[in-house]
Design a protein around this ligand. Sequence first.
Ligand code: IPD
Ligand code: CA
Ligand code: CA
Ligand code: CA
Length: 264
Amino acid sequence: MQPMLNIAVRAARSAGDLILRSTDAIGHLQVDQKGRNDYASEVDRKAEREIINIIRTAYPDHAILAEESGAHQGNEFVWVIDPLDGTTNFLHGFPQFAVSIALKHKGRLEVAVIYDPLRDELFTAKRGGGAMLNNRRIRVTKQSAMKGALIGTGFPFKTDRHLDAYVGMFKAMTTDSAGIRRAGSAALDLAYVAAGRLDGFWEIGLMEWDMAAGVLLIKEAGGVVTDFSFNDGYLQNGNLIAGNPKMHQVMYKLIEPHVTDSLR
Ligand code: IPD
Ligand code: CA
Ligand code: CA
Ligand code: CA
């Protein structure tokens, strides 16, 4: 899988450079609204085209699932791409966004890259090969209780459907933790759990491209990821709890009482 990881890195860096070069144009970009609080700019689309070009040149037969252009048919390899995670941040000049690329083979995550172009931080993982930040091994924290824990999350800002459930979870999480962070890029939040910068993370209603790379990073860094039923359906249902093994348990217990049937 190393050659495929190399291609993912090349694509993520190239898209990251393109995004950085575009920051001067913020405010003048063409931006389309896809739904409530859901936008795609010409930078999202250009970055995605750049990534797909690099992958398709190296692997013309592989399939692709990308946020802005959807599914491209191919063989049993599927590249899952979020060209710009944290579009709202990017459009406001708020410095927290990333490129996220994962490769699945027959449904199993094999390769992951999350690239933060502003800090030049490259998070990479290969199944069975550990997780790295700029080629140095990273691991989840050893935190074992809510007291003193720093927890990441994302707010359900695109719909009110699960707002009450989320507020219940949020209350339970804020009571004992050292703090909650909502930085605005789920991919980076997950990379930060892998790197031990956050002790845990949860969010409702994510898409596969927000999560795929981050999930492999966390697993390869010694962490645990489940959905709200303690299963591995998160890539399908979008609801995810992640942390080191102990914090995952602690968070699961706090979240579980607020989980409604439609969140399982
Ligand atoms: C969004 C970010 C955000 C999360 C949203 C995602 P996008 O991705 O990851 O943190 O809360 O659910 O949609 O649209 O900026 O790629
Ligand atoms: Ca988006
Ligand atoms: Ca995203
Ligand atoms: Ca995106």
